[in-house]
Write a protein that binds this ligand. Structure first.
Ligand code: TEU
Ligand code: CA
Length: 559
C-alpha cells in the first residue's frame, strides 16, 4: 500500500468573502483567515482550499479573474497572501488555490486586447464568431441565464461566455493560451502552494464547429452541454499540463466536474492517466433536482446509496474521490439532506459520519462544522448571487408568483452557503465590525462557533472527534468498502475492511426510529463503539439495534 498525504487529509473550503473580516469593511479577507488559523488547526483539518482571491471585478465573487498574479483589493495584498501560505505551512497544513481558467473576466487585459480588433494577437485567446443573420452564432444558453453569446459592436462578432457575460471563455485550442495557463500554475506553485481545485475543468474544450443544442419546447435557448462537457481534448490538455507542470511538484489536484459519467471520470482520475488526483462529482447534489437546477423533485435514500456504491466500485481501484455534501454553490448540507429544525444537531452529525467514513478525501465547507443552515431573506434585494438574481428576473418575466420564486431560492439559491460564518452572538455574528456585504443568517444568536467550542456535545466537537479517528485509523482511508442491507430504505450501512480490521457504519437517514439487524453472515466476538451521535448505553447486541432519529454509529469489529 502506497500512503499518500492527500488521501489521509481532511480538507476545509474557505469562501473568503464570508469567512472573517479583519478590517471592518464588511468583506472577509486574507488577514481574517490568518487570524482564524488556530481555529482550523483546532478542528484538525489538514488542507485549506481557498476560493478565489485573485484580482476581480467580482461579477461572480472572484470566479471572474482580471489578473491571476494580483490579489483583489477587498481580500488584501500579495504580502498578506505570502503570509497566509507561510502561516498555514508553519502549522503543518497545506493550502490549495482555486484555478479558474475556463474563462477570465472581461476586464482581464487579454480580453480587453482581444476585443479591440480582429487582428489583435490576443483575438484567438477567446472564442469569437460571426452572428447568424442578426442572431448569436448558435442557440446555447448560458448557465447563468440568457444566451451564451454576447455581441460586440466594435468588431461585429460575438464572444462565447458559458457563465455571465463578464466571464468570456478562453480558447484552449490555442496553444498560446495553454502556455499562459501553465505559467500561472508554475508561478503559484513556485510560491509554495500545495495544489489546485480546478474550476469547471471538464468544460474547457468545446466541440469544433459549435453546433446548436437541443431545444425544449417553449424554451428560447438550446442545451449546449453535449458539446461542452468532457470533450476528448480536455484530456490532452490535462496530460500536457501534468507533464509540463503538475508532475514536477508534490501537490494535489481536484477537478470540479459537473455533468459527467463515471466512465468519463475515470479518465480524469485514474492514476495511470496522469491527469488529476480526484474530482468533485455532483450526482448527490442532483438528487433533488434531476431535471434542472431550480426544479425540485423528491428522492430516496436508495438512490444516494447507489451513487456512493457506484463511485466506490468504479473509482477506488485506480483513482480517488472527493467527498462533500455542500460547497459555495450549494445549499447547506443539514438543510438539504438532514433536518435543520428539531434534529439539526443529530442529522448534521449523522451526515458528517458518512462523509468521514466513506472512501475518499472529505471536504468540509465553512460553517458546516457548526451546522449552519440555509437562509430565508424576505426580499430579493438582500440576495447577492448573480445566478440567483438572473433567475429571479427571468421568472418575474414569466409572471411566476413572487412567493413561488422565493421558495425555490430558499431551497436552491447559492447565497444559502454564502452568508457570513457565525463566529459568536454579537453584531454581524462576529464576522465583521462594519456593515457586512450580505446579511447574516438571523439564527447566529444560537448557532455560532463560540457556543460550539464550549459545548462538548456540539457538532464542532463531533467533527473534531471524527477527524481524530480518521487520523488514528488507517482503515478509514485505505479500507475497502462493502454495503450491507442494500435494500433498506431507511438505513445506510456499510463495512470497511483493512488487513484484519473491520469498521461497521450504521446511519439512520430519517427522523423515524428504525431497527438495524446485523446480517447473519457477519460473525463477530467483540466490538468497540468508536463514535455515535447519541449516548449509547444499552447493552447492545448488534443483532437488533433500535436506531433513534438520525442516529449514527461506527463500530470497530473484532473476529
Ligand atoms: O461552478 C461551475 C458550475 O457549473 C456552477 O455554475 C454550478 O452549475 C452552479 O453554481 C450551480 O448553482 C464554478 C464555481 O464553483 C462557481 O462558483 C462559479 O460561478 C462558476 O464555476 C463559474 O466560474
Ligand atoms: Ca475586510
Amino acid at each position: 500500500m502506497n500512503r499518500i498525504w492527500w488521501k489521509e487529509a481532511v480538507a476545509y473550503q474557505i469562501w473568503p468573502r464570508s469567512f472573517y473580516d479583519s478590517n471592518g469593511d464588511g468583506i472577509g479577507d486574507i488577514r481574517g483567515i490568518i487570524q482564524k488559523l488556530d481555529y482550523l488547526e483546532g478542528l484538525g483539518v489538514d488542507i485549506i482550499w481557498l476560493s478565489p482571491v485573485y484580482k476581480s471585478p467580482n461579477d461572480d465573487n472572484g470566479y471572474d479573474i482580471s489578473d491571476y498574479f494580483e490579489i483583489m483589493e477587498e481580500a488584501g495584498t500579495m504580502a498578506d497572501m505570502d503570509k497566509l501560505i507561510e502561516e498555514v505551512h508553519k502549522k503543518g497544513m497545506k493550502l490549495i488555490m482555486d484555478l479558474v481558467v475556463n474563462h477570465t473576466s472581461d476586464e482581464h487585459s487579454w480580453f480587453i486586447k482581444s476585443r479591440s480588433s480582429k487582428d489583435n494577437p490576443y483575438r484567438d485567446y477567446f472564442i469569437w464568431k460571426k452572428g447568424n443573420d442578426g442572431n448569436p452564432p448558435n442557440n446555447w444558453a448560458s448557465i447563468f441565464g440568457g444566451s451564451a453569446w454576447d455581441y460586440d459592436k466594435n468588431t461585429d462578432e460575438y464572444y462565447l461566455h458559458l457563465f455571465s457575460k463578464k466571464q468570456p471563455d478562453l480558447n484552449w485550442r490555442n496553444p498560446v493560451v495553454r502556455k499562459e495557463v501553465y505559467n500561472i500554475l508554475k508561478w503559484w506553485l513556485d510560491k509554495g502552494i500545495d495544489g489546485f481545485r480546478m474550476d469547471a475543468i471538464n468544460m474547457i474544450s468545446k466541440v469544433k464547429g459549435l453546433p446548436d443544442g437541443e431545444k425544449k419546447e417553449g424554451e428560447k435557448y438550446g442545451d449546449g452541454s453535449p458539446f461542452i462537457y468532457n470533450e476528448p481534448e480536455v484530456h490532452e490538455y490535462l496530460k500536457e499540463m501534468n507533464k509540463k507542470i503538475l508532475s514536477r511538484y508534490d501537490i494535489m489536484t481536484a477537478g470540479e466536474t459537473h455533468k459527467i459519467t463515471l466512465k468519463e471520470t475515470k479518465k480524469f482520475v485514474n492514476f495511470d492517466r496522469n491527469e488529476l488526483n480526484m474530482c468533485f462529482l455532483f450526482d448527490i447534489m442532483y438528487l433533488d433536482s434531476k431535471n434542472a437546477k431550480w426544479e425540485y423533485n423528491k428522492w430516496m435514500l436508495i438512490e444516494l446509496k447507489k451513487i456512493f456504491n457506484d463511485w466506490n466500485k468504479e473509482l477506488m481501484k485506480k483513482g480517488w474521490n472527493a467527498l462533500f455534501m455542500n460547497n459555495h454553490d450549494q445549499p447547506r448540507m443539514v438543510s438539504r439532506y438532514g433536518n435543520d429544525g428539531k434534529y439539526r444537531v443529530q442529522s448534521a452529525k449523522m451526515l458528517a459520519t458518512m462523509i468521514h467514513t466513506l472512501p475518499g478525501t472529505p471536504y468540509i465547507y465553512q460553517g458546516e462544522e457548526i451546522g449552519m443552515t440555509n437562509v430565508k431573506f424576505q426580499s430579493i434585494d438582500d440576495y447577492r448571487d448573480i445566478e440567483t438574481i438572473n433567475w429571479y428576473n427571468m421568472m418575474k418575466k414569466k409572471n411566476i408568483p413572487e412567493n413561488k420564486i422565493m421558495e425555490t431560492i430558499y431551497w436552491f439559491g447559492r447565497d444559502n452557503a454564502r452568508t457570513p460564518v457565525q463566529w459568536d452572538d454579537t453584531l454581524n455574528a462576529g464576522f465583521s465590525k462594519g456593515k457586512s456585504w450580505i446579511n447574516c443568517n438571523p439564527n447566529y444568536k444560537k448557532i455560532n462557533v463560540k457556543e460550539s467550542l464550549d459545548d462538548p456535545d456540539s457538532i464542532y466537537n463531533y467533527y473534531k472527534k471524527l477527524i481524530i479517528l480518521r487520523k488514528n485509523n488507517l482503515i478509514f482511508i485505505y479500507g475497502n468498502y462493502r454495503i450491507i442491507l442494500e435494500d433498506n430504505e431507511k438505513i445506510y450501512a456499510y463495512i470497511r475492511k483493512f488487513k484484519n480490521e473491520r469498521l461497521l457504519v450504521i446511519l439512520n437517514f430519517y427522523e423515524d426510529m428504525t431497527t438495524f439487524k446485523l446480517p447473519s453472515d457477519i460473525k463477530l466476538n467483540k466490538k468497540e463503539l468508536l463514535i455515535s451521535n447519541y449516548n449509547v448505553n444499552e447493552p447492545d447486541d448488534l443483532k437488533n439495534i433500535n436506531l433513534k432519529p438520525y442516529e449514527a454509529r461506527v463500530y470497530k469489529l473484532f473476529f
